[in-house]
Design a protein around this ligand. Structure first.
Ligand SMILES: NC(=O)c1ccc[n+]([C@@H]2O[C@H](COP(=O)([O-])OP(=O)(O)OC[C@H]3O[C@@H](n4cnc5c(N)ncnc54)[C@H](O)[C@@H]3O)[C@@H](O)[C@H]2O)c1
Length: 268
């Protein structure tokens, strides 16, 4: 049987990093984005969909014959309230409703550290901040991710779907700054975590921190590890390339997002 996974927002940064890493024999990746995606390379088993995840007709077609969804699409930084509401909250509702209608029982939702951005780095708890800690959003964007988690919880409780919400730290090729030494999710670990989310037997609804097992990690990996995730990377190997002056240490895990003007697009 062919396994088909729909990835929304697949043209974005995380989607581009995951496309080669989630390729498997016997698996088809159906990649959806507003923007056209690069054509398949030789031997690559992908199906390309250009369209909006906020459109129920597009999503109904995109969900046909799909086994699981990785929902990455939407606005990934601060923006005007109505734009964030439409893309991230209405959009996630459209994705979940289409998944439910199509009988797709597993959805992985990209949440964000910014859903809990006003949690302090220094908790005093050696285990770190738990995944299902109450949201403390730092922006309208962070509020939208808290709503994404709430929608996932609703669809699990009402319809029995398995919904894993990943509070992604900072998923890039390498950590960018001092905050990144705590919050980095290496692309390879990202793929390991997505695979664990796809493979776990009846995980139900969970909110998980999505970071590497960084030496300076302040969020808990307990739930992700219980699901089968094993990080193999640590941002510390880049510490020599980063200014680690303690004066630069942010108080809150959301970093600069905690100070960005609400509703104004900000640099990542
Ligand atoms: N990159 C990170 O470190 C990070 C950290 C925390 C959370 N996240 C979350 O992970 C997800 C992926 O992040 P990213 O860095 O790849 O973001 P990105 O901005 O690079 O990519 C998002 C993609 O979604 C697409 N998109 C936006 N609206 C759409 C719509 N209506 N229909 C279809 N596609 C649409 C965009 O075209 C874009 O390609 C996002 O949900 C983001 O909030 C990412």
């Amino acid at each position: 049987m062919v396994e088909r996974i729909l990835i929304t927002g697949a043209a974005g940064g995380v989607g581009t990093l995951m496309r080669p890493r989630l390729a498997r024999p016997g698996r088809v990746l159906r990649l959806l984005d507003l923007h056209p995606l690069p054509e398949p390379g030789p031997g690559e088993r992908v199906e390309l969909v250009t369209g909006s995840l906020t459109d129920p007709v597009t999503m109904a077609a995109a969900c046909r014959d799909v086994d699981a969804i990785i929902h990455l699409g939407g606005i990934s930084r601060e923006d005007a309230w109505d734009r964030v509401l439409a893309a991230n909250i209405d959009g996630t509702h459209t994705v979940l409703a289409a998944a439910c209608e199509a009988g797709i029982s597993r959805v992985v939702l990209a949440s964000s550290n910014h859903a809990a951005g006003f949690r302090e780095f220094d908790t005093g708890d050696p285990e770190g901040i738990a995944g299902e800690s109450f949201p403390r959003p730092d922006t309208y964007y962070g509020v939208s991710k808290a709503a994404v988690e709430a929608l996932g919880s609703l669809y699990h409780s009402r319809f029995g779907m398995d919904v894993l919400c990943l509070r992604i730290g900072s998923c890039f090729e390498r950590p960018a700054d001092l905050r990144g030494l705590s919050m980095w999710l290496s692309p390879d670990d990202g793929a390991r975590l997505f695979e664990a989310c796809l493979a776990a037997e009846r995980p139900g609804f969970q909110v998980l921190w999505a970071v590497s097992d960084n030496t300076r990690r302040v969020v808990s990996l307990r739930a992700a590890e219980a699901l089968g995730y094993r990080s193999r990377d640590d941002a510390e190997r880049y510490a020599g390339e980063i200014d680690t002056d303690p004066a630069l240490a942010p108080k809150y895990i959301g970093g600069a997002f905690c100070e960005t003007p609400l509703g104004k697009p900000n640099p990542l």
